[in-house]
Design a protein around this ligand. Structure first.
Ligand code: SIN
Length: 203
């Protein structure tokens, strides 16, 4: 059985009493928005790198054959780009369920990439405290580092209840490009996956 983080996340009271909370998404939360939100803004967090080091038992793989999905790893000076959503606290029930395979809610400073970008000329808040779901190295589903080529090979062969693992990678890469953001790790794995698929095609 894989560990389930729902009960631990329900204890998180850092933002208790607030009518709304910012949540920073850096993986599927960028492109699969199956929850209501009050506001959405492109954003980034400093000191974290996105890595395909987390195993997925419930979405892009199974307990017997986990897929590989992203988590964030503490990395001084690094910037991780994604999307921030302002939600009401009731939405955490859905998010905790969706992220239950190893992800814990962690408080983080979220910087908004679109500050001052509004047409009304009123400067927006440029940062806010919020929540990010982090799969730490000590969770049971954590797989850890591998070369980007190995990760692509792993992803090419995995699938779970939410679909092929390759769709997770491709949709994340597309979403990052739409945001105009570079991520060497994600794009290198995507390139290896394309090469793998091409090499398997009949000539
Ligand atoms: C996230 O997107 O922020 C967490 C990881 C995931 O659900 O892919």
């Amino acid at each position: 059985m894989s560990a389930n983080t729902i009960a631990v996340n329900q204890q998180m009271d850092r933002f208790a009493g607030q009518a709304s909370v910012w949540v920073f998404g850096y993986g599927s939360l960028i492109y699969k928005v199956d929850f209501p939100y009050l506001e959405r803004r492109p954003a980034s967090i400093v000191g974290w790198s996105r890595r395909f080091w987390q195993g997925s038992h419930d979405h892009r793989g199974t307990p017997a054959a986990p897929g590989r999905v992203v988590t964030i790893i503490a990395d001084a000076g690094a910037v991780c780009h994604g999307m921030a959503y302002l939600i009401t606290p009731s939405v955490f029930e859905h998010l905790d369920y969706r992220e239950k395979n190893g992800y814990l809610r962690v408080a983080v400073e979220i910087g908004f990439d679109d500050a001052d970008g509004h047409a009304d000329g009123i400067a927006d808040k440029s940062a806010a405290e919020g929540v990010v779901y982090v799969a730490r190295e000590d969770n049971e589903a954590f797989l850890g580092a591998a070369s980007e080529e190995e990760i692509a090979r792993h992803i090419a062969g995995a699938a779970g209840p939410s679909g092929p693992n390759s769709d997770y990678l491709t949709q994340l890469a597309v979403a990052l490009r739409e945001l105009g953001k570079q991520d060497d790790h994600v794009f290198a794995i995507e390139q290896y996956l394309v090469e793998l698929i091409d090499s398997g095609k009949p000539k």
